[in-house]
Design a protein around this ligand. Structure first.
Ligand SMILES: Cc1cc2nc3c(=O)[nH]c(=O)nc-3n(C[C@H](O)[C@H](O)[C@H](O)COP(=O)(O)OP(=O)(O)OC[C@H]3O[C@@H](n4cnc5c(N)ncnc54)[C@H](O)[C@@H]3O)c2cc1C
Length: 480
């Protein structure tokens, strides 16, 4: 009987455990133990029900385009619980000199694919519009060294588009700073488009023509979630695992690597395993690896993390009817505010709030504003309410509020990230039986974490001779 330890019970560790559980039930001779330091499974995925509303503490959905989370939900029997974002309502505003300006239609992330909406948009100056027109004639560029997202976008569309669009989008998603984030790790598709077409606009249109077949039916929603919240996914995973294999409230304190496997010290006596999956944030993995390989620990520690806060405020009908239509707003750094973004949750998805409720989720923190984490919840709420008053004119008393703090939860893929991953992989291979999973490596979103957990399980099985699956070999190579 082979024994596998999994450290970390977020979506990455749970996906790894689920893969092992499926194999165990299919008769593969294995046992596993999942160690989780918190008293509950799920990591940053956590949902509460308040006053008829579904309140997400962490992620509220995942990108439909990346299939791994949807596939997992299907495997878990949750297919009928999947819901798509209300894309007919999809309008996002950028705060510009204190006023909300909609992102024009036809902009795919930052790439204009329709001319008229951009020409008439108040979001960009004439200079940026001229940059966009000239971009159409860029020649292919052989993909070379990594660079920051800000530099890449500036080369294509000029500095204003970085400040008003690329940077706020990335600080909303990554809690990151576009002048630090790696183009090749964060937006690999755009780097490939530049290499093949030069112009991102032309590349995007060519890609759209290829997939725009009449048989493809109605377009898929941009985001997918679950009717009763994201924790449906982690709860369904938890009930499918073998209960005696789960150790809650049990932080792993030390690891040892021996010739015949791994020794895990948590509470009680050290326990031996044949294989080990570390599915914690990289900073926690670095601490655990310190006694095993200082080189690997140093590389893991070199992956920075940012912290974030979500503050959800529930209001009544009058606020709901006063809000502009759309999914919410993003705040550029140059506006000098603490709010990074706000989502109108009741618009983005159905099943989130009764008709007479407005649910607004505010984001704070990120790599530029870590110190907000030190503030007391009451002060964070005071700031949130003041921002909503100034930006949206909301002065009503909220019906309920919730603040969630996520310290060092969002990995930042800074310039050179992919080279670091190559070094990590080489060091990992010197430690037979070790697999790494989580948002630190090749994708920060929930679907990528699912994929990383499943692939880590395949790697562990492969290392123990329990599978010859090619999935294990391709695991660490797939693109973000
Ligand atoms: C506020 C917020 C909003 C987000 N929004 C979205 C979104 O809308 N869509 C999307 O796709 N993604 C989103 N993300 C990103 C995504 O949710 C995360 O990247 C992903 O859930 C991380 O999962 P994980 O299992 O890798 O890590 P985590 O969820 O961080 O889990 C790691 C687990 O390891 C445990 N652990 C750590 N050290 C030890 C130890 N020594 N021993 C035992 N256990 C240990 C921790 O307690 C934790 O439970 C968001 C993230 C945040 C924070």
């Amino acid at each position: 009987m082979k024994r596998i330890a999994i450290i970390g019970g977020g979506i990455s560790g749970l996906s790894a455990a689920f893969t092992l559980e499926q194999r165990r039930r299919a008769g593969v001779p294995l046992e596993y133990v999942l160690y989780e330091s918190a008293a509950r499974l799920g990591g940053v995925i956590s949902t509460e029900y308040i006053d008829g509303c579904v309140v997400e503490a962490g992620p509220d959905s995942f990108l439909t385009e990346k299939p791994w989370a949807t596939d997992l939900c299907r495997e878990l029997g949750l297919e009928d619980q999947l819901i798509g974002s209300n894309d007919a309502e999809r309008k996002t505003y950028i705060l510009l000199k204190g006023r909300l300006v909609p992102i024009p239609d036809g902009l795919m992330f930052m790439v204009p694919t329709r001319i008229l909406p951009v020409i008439f948009s108040r979001l960009f100056s004439l200079v940026t519009k001229l940059h966009m027109a000239r971009e159409w004639f860029h020649s292919p560029v052989a993909s070379g060294k990594d660079e920051s997202v800000a530099k890449f976008v500036e080369r294509h569309y000029g500095p204003e588009l970085v400040e008003r669009l690329a940077d706020p989008l990335l600080s909303g998603v990554y809690g990151g700073d576009s002048s630090q984030l790696s183009m090749r790790a964060v937006l690999p598709r755009f780097a490939q488009m530049e290499a093949s077409h030069g112009s991102l606009g032309r590349a995007m249109l060519a890609a759209r023509k290829k997939i725009a077949h009449p048989s493809s039916g109605s377009p898929r929603p941009l985001f997918t979630s679950l009717k009763d919240g994201m924790h449906q996914m982690t709860n369904a995973l938890a009930v499918r695992l073998s209960a005696p294999s789960i150790r809650l409230g049990t932080p792993v304190q030390q690891l040892k690597f021996k010739e015949d496997g791994w020794v895990v010290s948590a509470s009680g006596a050290p326990v031996r395993f044949d294989s080990l999956i570390v599915a914690t944030p990289a900073h926690a993995a670095a601490m655990l690896m310190q006694s095993v390989s200082t080189d690997l620990a140093n590389e893991l520690r070199g992956i920075p993390y940012s912290s974030s806060i979500t503050a959800t405020l529930g209001y009544g009908h009058s606020v709901r009817s006063s809000l502009p239509p759309g999914f919410g707003l993003l705040v550029p750094h140059s506006e000098g505010r603490r709010l990074l973004a706000a989502t109108f949750v009741h618009n983005k998805f159905s099943h989130r709030a009764p008709e007479d409720r407005a649910l607004i989720r505010c984001f704070f923190g990120g790599s530029r504003n870590e110190e907000i984490l030190q503030l007391h919840e009451d002060e964070i709420l005071r700031i949130a309410r003041e921002e909503l008053r100034q930006i949206l004119g909301i002065s009503a008393e909220p019906l309920f509020t919730r603040v969630y703090k996520w310290k060092a939860a969002m990995a930042q893929y800074t310039v050179g990230h992919l080279e670091r991953l190559d070094r990590i992989d080489r060091l990992r291979q010197q430690l037979p039986g070790l697999a790494l999973a989580g948002n630190a490596y090749r994708g920060i979103g929930v679907p990528d974490c699912v994929r990383s957990g499943k692939q880590a399980a395949e790697q562990a099985l492969f290392a123990m001779g329990l599978t010859s699956s090619a999935a294990a070999l391709t695991a660490v190579r797939s693109e973000p």
